[in-house]
Ligand binder design. Sequence first.
Ligand code: ATP
Length: 503
Amino acid sequence: NDDQFKKVISHAKEYGYVFQSSEIYDGLSAVYDYAQNGVELKKNIRDYWWKAMVQMHDNIVGIDAAIFMHPTTWKASGHVDAFNDPLIDNKDSKKRYRADVLIEDYCAKIEAKINKEIAKAAKRFGDTFNEKEFVSTNQRVLGYQEKIDNTLARMGKSLENEDLADVKALIEELEISDPLTGSRNWTDVKQFNLMFGTKLGASAESAMDLYLRPETAQGIFVNFLNVQKTGRMKIPFGIAQTGKAFRNEIVARQFIFRMREFEQMEMQFFIKPGTQGEWYEYWKETRLKWHKSLGSGDENYRFHDHDKLAHYADAACDIEFKFPFGFKELEGIHSRTDFDLSQHEKYSGKKLQYFDPEENKSYVPYVLETSIGLDRMFLAVFSNSLVEEELDNNTTRTVLKLPAVLAPTKAAILPLVKKDGLPEIARKIVEELKWDFNIDYDEKDAVGRRYRRQDANGTPFCITVDHDTLEDNTVTIRYRDTMEQNRVKIDDLRDIIKQEVDV
Ligand code: ATP
């Protein structure tokens, strides 16, 4: 629900997980920065995926292809011609607007009007406060604010499925007009390509038009033969990759769920034509199991089979996750046939075939793809972990119950008091453990408050050094989720933590 989602966003900022990009300049829409804790969580998710896909499969290897690719790549892949979103034509000025830009514009104008009203009112009131005037200004401002909220709420709903008819209907419904002049002239809806363009080369004549890749998959397809040959890979085998992708998304309003710059974790599995059915089932089950292994609750996942298939696919489904705003796509599993490799053969004039020694013939392999958004996975894990608990003593605590394997900081070492040699022992424990884990040291405030801080930060273990430690070299280990406390030997700490954070 809305409230929970708002809490997720503000918690992510307050605890150093996600910041708006270029915040001091009021941010950039649908672009975000990962902060000191966020970068660790993101890295841990990436590693968890990489381990499951590459390390645990002896027939899957990884690559890291460049973001820039030869422009013909995107002709061959179909992105130049088919990767489109709705756009609105303004007949009067012959200008083209994307639906979201247009609506954002509209809201910005209303907001500007609010600010003007407020500034005017402030000037008018001066030192003499006029209650009547204040109330009427206030009402006007609230009216504008409501208009913005309604517009944004409807926009999020109606544009969600990116259907042209929907966009048109929404525009009609909102009666979009310039809030200052009142004129209303938005009409035709056109298509807009989602790829970001850029140029390579210094002079205008020699510059080459490039795109920022909208998916990582193509870097794998164009390297298929290089990897197969140099790695002496035998079909079936896979190539995995994680990296940035860029899409000029039309509706990008749900925090890091849909961004204009995001990261994908993809694996393309090359198989014998005709075996795609069984591999499709295999990867569906394998990927779902991977998600469930994190313990976020099996009921929060479901498959959604596609009825309408993309031009390259003969079967496709999503693994959906229950986000605070409902079940939404988290990962896609696509049976891509030989579409991509055949297209690259056609456009490059190079053979992209595999000689199958068992069959004693060459063929273009079929491809089974698993594709997950790292940022979306981050949001899934983060939002699912954030809970508010009622405690026995009628207080509440905010806990970020991240799976221990993914938590940015594994343990916090806390001297009970800042004297009697306790900080020194605590620092020594930090020095020993930091070779294996990200460790935090905290001596500020009462220990109860420090526990709460670590709970909200997602740290699975707090280790407290007290006066008994001086006697027997034991410490208290407190578990974030149960708040249970045990007395353990300092020498055993590494093994205890390792057991909990290892997979
Ligand atoms: P959607 O329908 O949500 O736009 P898609 O079907 O276009 O996604 P794919 O092209 O299959 O997505 O990309 C695979 C995965 O990449 C998605 O399941 C999602 O997790 C992630 N992804 C795609 N677009 C974005 C984006 N703009 N921001 C963040 N993650 C994204």
